[in-house]
Design a protein around this ligand. Structure first.
Ligand code: KE4
Length: 425
């Protein structure tokens, strides 16, 4: 595969942008090779600057569930842009998007739009602290909630409840308020719980250590513990919102959090995030409450228009069944191909998101996710990439199936996976 233009661009990009990318995972560090510079997407495919085409299973990390350059999104956005792109004032469409989200997501009675998932989580954390007048946050190892200081924390040593920074530039005095425990481990939560915990934040189905599902009783247990201690339960549904179902993971599992964070899909590929919850909690937000949060481009009319069209399309009966059918076909095909090639894998899947782990261990948390062989994943990734299939450039991310993936795409992917597995032996 000729990737000369990507190579040239990457060298130039490294002159002007740290690492040549605007988000670290795009640099292909954990899989090696040259990141592809993409200049076009259409439907299930993306095209790089050398003219190579790929069936895309990143889908902008889940945001592009309708497929790239979806015609109704493009035409609605074009119309919206002709009326101007940002006013820094209230606009009618953001009311419509808020109403749509409130109607769709069980735990949201009021919602505030922001411009990224990180901003949604950062604001939700501040809101939880302001509402409860408490400081501590509990999060789970392997869950990623964006790059706000209090979220870039890793587990302290042993039973120490104090988190330690997972990035330079985070003061210990901030890190100490975040405690990190293993996913799916309610006992560990109980050991560190106290009445200074403002909130427990969780990806109800994790997509950031690869896909890891909540074990029976885990989410219910978090709901019980937070209620018992008067802490808030925050579901970070930036990935799972409108992905797992129209009401997100909380609709699938029947657990209602106090605050929900959203992003990705609700912007249809434009910069967006949102956080919402019970009215009593949300009314603590400025300008009516004392918790401050603001944003120049919050509720941006172009992003909101793209999000509205996307959610309208997802509300059509049968959409999630379609996604389910295609994902089942793909996952079954990968399983069969691995068996045929004698390659040991574990697949975790929920609805139209899944991950392939190169391990025989069942993957239920971060430490088991890390048993996935990184060299095998890198070889698998590069074999598929060079054969026109674009996977996440990290073994700890998710594949996403969208409405634009056709039966032919699925067939072609399975055939390509078979070739990749045979090369792995
Ligand atoms: P953003 O700030 O990147 O819009 O959202 C942060 C975020 C929050 N919560 C969850 C559950 C998330 O998955 C994310 C961001 N997801 C990653 C991919 N797993 C974004 C990709 C990247 O960092 O480039």
């Amino acid at each position: 595969m000729n990737i000369q233009e990507s190579r040239i661009l990457f060298e130039k990009a490294k002159e002007y942008i740290p690492g040549g990318v605007n988000s670290p995972v795009r640099a292909f560090k954990s899989v090696g090779g040259t990141p592809r510079f993409i200049n076009k997407g259409n439907g299930s495919k993306i095209f790089d600057v050398d003219g190579n085409s790929y069936i895309d299973y990143i889908c902008s990390w889940g945001a592009i569930i309708l497929g790239h350059a979806e015609i109704s999104v493009i035409s609605a956005v074009r119309d919206a842009m002709e009326n101007g792109t940002s006013f820094g004032a209230a606009t009618p469409l953001e009311v419509e998007l808020a109403e749509t989200i409130v109607d769709a997501v069980p735990g949201i009675e009021q919602v505030r739009l922001v411009s990224s998932g990180t901003e949604a989580v950062m604001s939700a954390i501040r809101l939880a602290r302001g509402y409860t007048n408490r400081n501590r946050i509990i999060k789970f190892e392997g869950c990623y909630h964006g790059h706000a200081d209090s979220m870039l924390i890793k587990a302290g040593s042993g039973a120490a409840t104090f988190g330690i920074p997972d990035s330079l530039g985070i003061p210990a005095d901030i890190a100490k308020y975040t405690t990190v425990v293993p996913y799916n481990d309610l006992e560990a939560v109980k050991q560190v719980m106290d009445t200074d915990v403002a909130a427990i934040i969780v990806e109800p189905v994790c997509g950031n250590m690869g896909v890891v599902l909540p074990q029976e009783g885990f989410l219910e247990g978090l709901r019980e513990i937070t209620t018992e201690y008067g802490s808030l339960l925050i579901f970070d549904e930036v990935i799972t919102g409108f992905r797992l179902s129209y009401g997100g993971a909380q609709q699938v599992y029947g657990i209602t959090p106090d605050i929900t964070c959203l992003g990705k899909i609700i912007g249809g590929g434009f910069p967006i995030g949102a956080y919402g919850g019970k009215r009593e909690i949300m009314e603590c937000i400025s300008p009516i409450g004392g918790v401050y949060q603001a944003g120049t481009l919050s509720g941006n009319p172009v992003a909101v228009q793209a999000g509205l069209i996307t959610l309208k399309m997802l509300s059509i009966i049968g959409v999630y069944e379609f996604l389910d059918k295609h994902t089942t076909k793909l996952v079954d095909g990968i399983q069969k191909a691995a068996k045929k090639a004698g390659v040991t894998i574990t697949i975790n899947r929920m609805a139209s998101m899944f991950s392939v782990f190169f391990t025989e261990t069942s993957v239920t948390n971060y430490s088991t996710a890390m048993t996935s062989d990184s060299e095998k994943y890198a070889a698998f990734f590069n074999s598929l990439l060079n054969d026109g299939i674009y996977l996440p450039p990290s073994r700890l991310e998710a594949w996403f199936v969208g409405l634009a993936h056709t039966a032919e795409d699925i067939e072609q992917t399975i055939e390509t996976v078979e070739r990749a597995f045979s090369r792995l032996k």
